[in-house]
Write a protein that binds this ligand. Sequence first.
Ligand code: SF4
Length: 371
Amino acid sequence: MPSADTFETGPIRPPSESGSYLLRLTRNCPWNRCEFCRTYKRHKFELREVEEIEADIDAMARIRDRLLARAADGRRVAVTTDHEWMVANALSHGGTTAFLQDADSLVMKPDRVRQVLGHFRARFPEVERITTYARSRTLARLAVADLESYREYGLSRIHIGMETGHDPLLEIIRKGATAALHVKGGRNVVAAGLELSEYLIPGLGGRELSEGHARDSARVLTEIDPHFIRLRSLTLGPKIPLWQVFHGEEARLTRQTDVEVVAEIRRFVEALGEVRSRLVSDHIMNLLGDLEGQLPGGRDDLLAACDRFLTLEPTEQHLYQLARRAGLVNGLDDLADSGVRRRAEQLLADALRHGPSGVDEACREMMLRLV
Ligand code: SF4
């Protein structure tokens, strides 16, 4: 019999939460104006009622209990609905992590957040990590005492889309935050003893603002000292408003090549102060998928990983770029596989038929297919 239990989920979660229970506290984004983001465009922001969220938690718990009971009886665990699949997916990853949706969950009133977290913890005592997205503006307004209380109620980590610490660029992308606000919001999270993951978009400022983007992002993140710095590549399609800034009639910024973006990442890593952050490149759109290291000790290795790509012969760079964008490799070592290399050579031959810029154009097209 299919289960009648259902619960609501939002459209996205960070890659690191692919095996988590998804719990929707609010719908869509209360800001919804960032020029590079289409996720919630045309969708109105809504707070959800606590009772509604609690009903979702109860439904998830019933599904979990049913799936676990069948497994304990040695019966085949048949998953018949999307909701069962989502719970089964979380269980298959251990069933110990959860992610609160959507874009800015902590915009809910603190008492309500505590009520929801309390209910979730009562139904899912086995969950060890609860994380959420939140905006710097919201976090800057929250009292550290409230954030501390969320930690006591089980919240462990907050993901912030900082994107850049360069004020002129924050204005262009209409982030609704300044560098100072990013620092305040991030520091509140760290002061409350919560883990913090800050997202940076390499390439966001184009050639014109690349220096400022790398330098000020490093300065802001040094002041915050988050637990994680996550790289998320700029992906632009014609339907994204920021496209006009790069490709419209009055374009102000010039897209960088992959090589220029890696050089920018290198400058950023070099400019970071003595942070204790883990730098992670865990997004399918990132060119160097295996760029990862613990700062400050791992700085030299991170720089060496950038240099390894930057000092390759142009043909090797092109082969790697195309193989990566085609989803054939995660890091440079993977190009040693003869089958992968053959496929990359075919892609390169095709791309070069369109002239010298063919590689970058082919890469952008392949990236768009992944959006
Ligand atoms: S705050 Fe986040 S979800 Fe909202 S528009 Fe900006 S990037 Fe998109």
